[in-house]
Design a protein around this ligand. Structure first.
Ligand code: NAD
Ligand code: TYD
Length: 354
């Protein structure tokens, strides 16, 4: 049995990843280190409470003393680093925490990893850094998709902090020889996504009969990937990727925001038997400052070198995602705490309807 450290394992992708590992990789035990910010929910892993393969530690990735203890106790053979501040709009209203977690936190984790490798040089170890396509900046409608050699050009404090963390991960490889791989992934959707992000926000606003806020004209394009495909890609890159390598991961499903919102409206209406079309709730609001127009991922490298190809179509997985939210309203209500309501209130009343 090998033990892996998963940071941010109580957030959206980390939760799905731990479930994926528990099901598909029985030789891995998991230590989940999560600070439980507003985005982390320990209830997501309630079924693992008595599982010997799972340990939960509440703590901050920037806590060097805690990291030292965890590495000494568990002798991790790998780190899957998800923990981050992740919401672009929050990075615009309050960027500092993005630097503390995404840059300093990643740096502390790299230092702890390097100290560990130096103390047991013959033991296997790899650091997988989960990053985003947003580091590449914005594409025009006709530009070719991002490849692994597209220059970094981040627009938001979020993407700037992720870009910085990517550079540190690469620097630890080049300078100290730490075995790292970096994945730059497109927009994920699926179960357990916090309802501040577009897809769950729209699903839940329809159920609550609230306006569906579309920024600007709704023409911005994202390349959507079902979270289960992302989990599969991460394990493939961890097991088969070249040390020091970058791998772009995407779903090949480019959609503009208006098309996504309309698709959700139609699917939710069908599933709930709503009388009038929820498309009537669509409300155009003030655009996000520095809003990237388009992201598109060329993931030919991941397909060629680690055999990754997204298995889920957008239509199929969006329907499954909507079903999951409808069937887990207890989870939804539990994350819609006072802090959540306050964010939604400030975010959307200051934005104003156009
Ligand atoms: P999330 O916001 O849902 O979850 C983040 C998790 O990290 C939470 O559980 C939170 O409690 C934890 N966390 C935050 N700060 C921490 C700290 N200082 N110490 C320990 N834990 C901390 O995020 P997500 O959507 O699951 O994203 C996970 C990773 O994937 C991030 O690194 C993100 O940049 C990357 N990513 C996300 C997407 C996407 O579409 N969601 C796409 C590409 C890449
Ligand atoms: P989001 O889910 O925040 O992900 P990201 O900004 O990381 O791509 O947003 C996805 C797209 O949807 C993005 O172009 C912004 C837009 N958007 C809206 O139009 N309305 C909203 O209320 C939100 C949260 C996002």
């Amino acid at each position: 049995m090998e033990t892996i450290l998963v940071t941010g394992g109580s957030g959206f992708i980390g939760t799905n990843f731990i479930k994926f590992v528990m099901e598909n990789h029985p030789r891995w035990a998991v230590v989940n280190l999560d600070a439980l910010t507003y985005a982390g929910n320990p209830e997501n892993h309630r079924e693992l409470e008595r599982d010997d393969r799972y340990t939960f530690v509440q703590g901050n990735i920037a806590d060097a003393g805690l990291l030292e203890k965890l590495f000494a106790a568990h002798r991790f053979s790998g780190v899957f680093h998800f923990a981050a501040e992740t919401h672009v709009d929050r990075s615009i209203t309050g960027p500092e925490v993005f630097l503390n977690t995404n840059i300093i936190g990643t740096f502390k984790l790299l230092e702890a990893s390097l100290a560990h490798v130096r103390s047991v040089p013959d033991a296997p170890f790899r650091f997988l850094h989960v990053s985003t396509d947003e580091v590449y900046g914005s594409l025009g409608f006709k530009d070719p998709a991002f490849t692994e050699t597209t220059p970094y050009d981040p627009s938001s404090p979020y993407s700037a902090s992720k870009a910085s963390s990517d550079h540190f991960v690469k620097a630890f490889h080049r300078t100290y020889g730490l075995d790292v791989v970096v994945t730059n992934c497109s927009n994920n959707y699926g179960p357990y996504q916090f309802p501040e992000k577009l897809i769950p926000l729209v699903i839940l606003n329809i159920l609550d009969n609230k306006p569906l806020p579309v920024y600007g004209k709704g023409e911005n394009i994202r390349d959507w990937l079902y979270v289960k495909d992302h989990c599969d890609a991460l394990v493939r890159v961890f097991l088969k990727g070249t040390s020091g390598g970058t791998y772009n991961i995407g779903g090949g499903e480019e959609k503009n925001n208006l098309a996504v919102v309309r698709a959700i409206c139609d699917l939710v209406d069908k599933r709930t038997g709503r009388k009038s079309s929820s498309r009537e709730l669509i409300s155009y609001v003030q655009d996000r400052p520095g809003h990237d127009l388009r992201y598109a991922i060329d993931c030919a490298k991941a397909e060629r070198s680690v055999g990754f190809k997204a298995q889920y179509s957008f239509e199929q997985a969006l329907a499954a995602t909507i079903d999951w939210y409808l069937d887990h309203m207890d989870w939804v209500r539990s994350v819609q705490t006072g802090a959540y309501r306050k964010w939604i209130e400030t975010q959307y009343t200051t934005r104003g309807v156009k």
